[in-house]
Design a protein around this ligand. Structure first.
Ligand code: MN
Length: 247
């Protein structure tokens, strides 16, 4: 059995999400042969050299899972594209390029975070090209910590303000992009996150029936895609309430 998740947006301010993730790690993920995390795992990441105690605890939890025998694969999202080799080594996970083709249930499947499919948002696509340029990344990684914190805050605020302003169809994937990229990679199944619109969409690629599975973001509930002999099953699950502190 294989599990795929994305868009947890882990941060210290959301202990409910963290707890749900740790519960998944100790339970379903232990039983899985592999766990794929398709981006925006962390709400923000300013560099492997600047891990907070919270982020370090997540790193250790992932390490415990990979040490137990579950393979862990991580793909960058638009929030955590600065996650680097040092984190992956410490967490025992493998960084996956976006996009990547992997074999799931004996079928080639295209995995993406999904932001690169939202091509109608031209301003974002320009920003993405700039931020993912190796030279920009090098400069970002070498900025003083204080500057990186400020920059990360600015990017997050801008991204939130713009998402509120932009039309709904601009922040969703470009429909024509889907069959095009699936044909390009020779797959009939695409799995991505990012849009926070969990669903399984049926479509045609060439003469073949195909499907696009959109993973859900973790906010009021968690989402996971389970792949096993039964096929691809996308399901939400409730968070266990965090008990109030008793004084
Ligand atoms: Mn995203």
């Amino acid at each position: 059995m294989i599990l795929l998740i994305s868009d947890l947006h882990l941060e210290e301010q959301r202990p409910d999400i963290t707890r749900a993730f740790l519960t998944l790690l100790d339970g379903r993920a232990r039983a899985a042969e592999s766990l794929y995390i398709l981006g925006d795992f962390f709400e923000a990441w300013i560099g492997d050299d600047a891990m907070s105690p919270f982020q370090l605890s997540i790193c250790k939890a992932l390490r415990a899972l990979s040490d137990s025998g579950t393979q862990v694969f991580l793909m960058h999202g638009n929030r955590d594209f600065m996650v680097g080799k040092a984190f992956c080594k410490a967490a025992g996970c493998t960084l996956l390029k976006d996009p990547s083709v992997v074999q799931l249930n004996g079928e080639p499947v295209l995995l993406m975070h999904g932001d690169s499919l939202c091509t109608r948002d031209e301003a974002y696509m320009r920003m993405r090209r700039y931020l993912r340029n190796p030279m920009t990344l090098w400069v970002l990684r070498h900025l003083p910590l204080g500057t990186r914190h400020k920059l990360a805050r600015k990017l997050r605020n801008e991204s939130r303000a713009q998402t509120r302003m932009k039309a709904n169809d601009i922040v969703d994937v470009t429909p024509e992009e889907i069959p095009r990229i699936m044909a390009q990679y020779g797959v009939r199944t695409l799995i991505h996150g990012h849009t926070h619109r969990p669903a399984i969409h049926k479509l045609q690629v060439g003469n073949d029936a195909a499907k696009r599975i959109v993973l859900g973001d973790w906010d009021r509930q968690g989402w996971a895609l389970q792949v096993d002999e039964q096929g691809f099953q996308l399901a939400a699950f409730d968070f266990v309430p965090v008990p109030a502190l008793i004084h």
